[in-house]
Design a protein around this ligand. Structure first.
Ligand SMILES: Cc1ncc(COP(=O)(O)O)c(C=O)c1O
Length: 382
């Protein structure tokens, strides 16, 4: 693992940061695209204006590369990846295509709504969603794991990293409990994917969905779902389109209407994909892979540690994120006694952040420096 040379990275990929007074701590909402991705976007926009300049093979190669690179980020194989416009579509696929018998799906209270609504919508199938209550505002993993053994539980859905507190779920522990009880395990990966190493093959995960617009620094409208290999051919796509079928690769046979799904995860890709956006996502993902996900994780940890230490030094600020290092990722959130005053100072200082669940949330990435973190915190100390 090599240390990230942030100055070189900023000069190469985020040159605007040298001239813009903003400090960008909001990758958990929208990740800024690196210069190499912007260049690909420009190139594809020009080609798109004259579509005859884009060979079919170029489009097919772009999405094949996306499947391969997204797979590499999470330790999957490319044929277990279906390209999706976002996280929520992948979670809907899990909700509607997995063979769930009537019963209960468990999730944590406090999850982002993508882990809630698609599963609340299954009432007509006799499937209901149960929220495991929070303890001190954070997920109660012990209660969740104990509940998985109940005979009425059919699936568990959780975020790998929670959107507001940054709490990192122990996917191995939850997944093992699911596996031991014949319960499906579905993960919303968007707040961790690209900045935390993960090996889905080594974990008992059935489906893992992630949009690429946040930590993966990619365009809106790009993302993927991983489906565990053994499940791919067992589950029928919830929506069916021409692109799910083997015959979609051969334009001379389109009207043979051969009803034969791809044997791999492409069976869940229903429509013409956003080739341009996935080509751009490939540039961003290549950058993360070059930097190394472990190096990115370490760099972010160092920045988050500065914030954690600062919260400990302030009597009027409570850490909302977990204090335990193994439970933290890129989201760090704290609740001041006077959130309005602190929010105003950050806005004045052009520190891009958000407030979630009443807490100020910072989400620094590979391009941020320790100096930026200290500068933002000094604004709050003044
Ligand atoms: C945990 C989590 N899931 C999902 C989403 C967004 O879902 P989608 O990619 O479908 O827009 C967010 C966005 O904040 C999130 O934090």
């Amino acid at each position: 693992m090599s240390k990230i040379d942030v100055d070189a990275l900023r000069a190469r990929e985020y040159a605007w940061m040298a001239n813009d007074p903003a400090i960008y701590f909001n990758a958990a909402s929208t990740g800024p695209m690196p210069a190499r991705a912007v260049a690909v976007a420009d190139q594809w926009t020009r080609m798109r204006a004259q579509p005859h300049q884009i060979a079919l093979s170029t489009m097919q190669q772009a999405v094949a590369t996306s499947r391969q690179q997204f797979a590499q980020l999470i330790g999957a194989d490319a044929d277990e990846i279906a390209l999706m416009p976002n996280t929520t579509y992948g979670l809907n696929l899990a909700a509607r295509a997995l063979p769930l018998r009537p019963g209960v799906i468990l999730t944590f209270d406090g999850e982002f709504p993508s882990c809630v609504y698609p599963f609340q919508a299954l009432g007509s199938r006799g499937v209901s969603l149960e929220l495991v209550p929070r303890v001190n505002g954070l997920p109660d993993e012990d209660t969740l794991v104990a509940a998985i053994a109940r005979s009425d539980v059919v699936a568990v859905v959780v975020s790998w990293v929670q959107f507001a507190s940054g709490y990192v779920a122990n996917l191995e522990r939850i997944g093992n409990a699911c596996r031991a009880n014949g319960v499906f395990f579905i993960v919303d990966g968007i707040q961790g994917c690209g900045i935390r190493p993960i090996d889905v093959h080594a974990l008992p995960i059935d489906m893992f969905a992630s949009g690429a617009q946040k930590w993966q620094l990619s365009p809106w409208g790009t993302g993927f779902v991983y489906v565990r290999r053994e499940l791919i051919e067992q589950i029928e796509p919830m929506d069916v389109g021409w692109a799910c079928m083997r015959a979609s690769t051969d334009y001379t046979r389109l009207t043979d209407y051969e009803f034969d799904f791809f044997p791999d995860a492409r069976r869940f890709e229903v429509v013409t994909l956003a080739y341009q956006d996935f080509a751009v996502a490939n540039a961003s993902t290549a950058m993360l892979l070059e930097l190394g996900v472990e190096s990115v994780a370490k760099h972010i940890d160092e920045l988050v540690d500065i914030v954690i230490d600062w919260t400990e030094s302030r009597k009027d600020v409570r850490l909302f994120s977990p204090a335990e290092p193994s439970r933290r990722a890129g989201v760090v959130a704290f609740t001041p006694d006077d959130p309005i005053a602190m929010g105003a100072r950050l806005r004045e200082g052009k520190v891009a952040h958000v407030v979630r669940e009443g807490a100020i949330r910072f989400s620094p990435h590979c391009y941020n420096t320790a100096h930026e973190v200290r500068t933002a915190l000094e604004m709050l100390d003044r």
